[in-house]
Design a protein. Structure first.
Length: 179
C-alpha cells in the first residue's frame, strides 16, 4: 500500500466521511427523512464555521471563493423554513421544505464535509490531485447510496426488534419474524 502523505490523507478522509454518509443514506432509505439531530448537527457545524469567519474578520480561502458564505447559510435557511412552516402543511410549503433539504444535502453537506476534512485531516488541504479529492466524494456518495439501499431493504438485514433495542422507531417495512 502506498503510504505517501496524499494517499494517507485520502484514506483517512474517505473513512471519515463513511459514518455520516451511511447514517444519512440509511435513514433516508428506511424512514424517508433526515432526522432532526442530523439536521441540527449540520446546522451547528455551519454556524460554527460562519461565526469563526466573522470573528476572524477576514475572508479565509474555504474552497469556493464567492459562494463560501451563502453555502454555509443554507443549513440556517433549512431550519428557518422548517420553523416557519411547522404545523402549516401546504403544497407550496412541502415543496419549499423539500427544495431546501435537497440544496442542503446536495450542496451544503458536501461542502461542510469538505471543509471539515480540510481542517481536521492532516494533509488533506495539501492534496493536489483532483482525482483523489473527487475520489473522496465518490466514496462518500457510494457509501450513502449503499446505506440508502440497506435502509430501503432493512427487512432483509434487520428485525423490528433490532430497531426497538436501539431505541429507534420501527420502519414501516421492518421484518417482524411473523411470516
Amino acid at each position: 500500500m502506498d503510504t505517501s502523505a496524499p494517499n494517507t490523507a485520502f484514506i483517512i478522509a474517505a473513512a471519515a466521511c463513511a459514518p455520516i454518509s451511511w447514517t444519512l443514506g440509511f435513514n433516508l432509505g428506511a424512514y424517508h427523512a433526515v432526522f432532526y439531530e442530523h439536521q441540527f448537527a449540520i446546522w451547528a457545524i455551519s454556524l460554527a464555521l460562519l461565526m469563526a469567519v466573522v470573528y476572524l474578520r477576514t475572508r479565509p480561502n474555504l474552497g469556493t471563493g464567492l459562494f463560501d458564505i451563502p453555502i454555509l447559510c443554507l443549513p440556517t435557511l433549512w431550519v428557518v423554513v422548517d420553523v416557519v412552516l411547522l404545523n402549516r402543511p401546504t403544497d407550496l410549503g412541502l415543496w419549499l421544505q423539500t427544495a431546501v433539504a435537497i440544496l442542503n444535502l446536495g450542496i451544503a453537506l458536501p461542502f461542510i464535509m469538505y471543509l471539515m476534512l480540510k481542517l481536521i485531516v492532516p494533509g488533506f488541504a495539501d492534496i493536489k490531485a483532483r482525482r483523489l479529492k473527487w475520489g473522496v466524494i465518490a466514496i462518500a456518495l457510494c457509501i450513502g447510496a449503499i446505506g440508502w439501499l440497506a435502509g430501503q431493504n432493512n427487512d432483509y438485514l434487520l428485525h423490528c426488534s433490532d430497531f426497538e433495542i436501539a431505541g429507534s422507531a420501527k420502519p414501516s417495512n421492518c421484518y417482524s419474524g411473523a411470516d
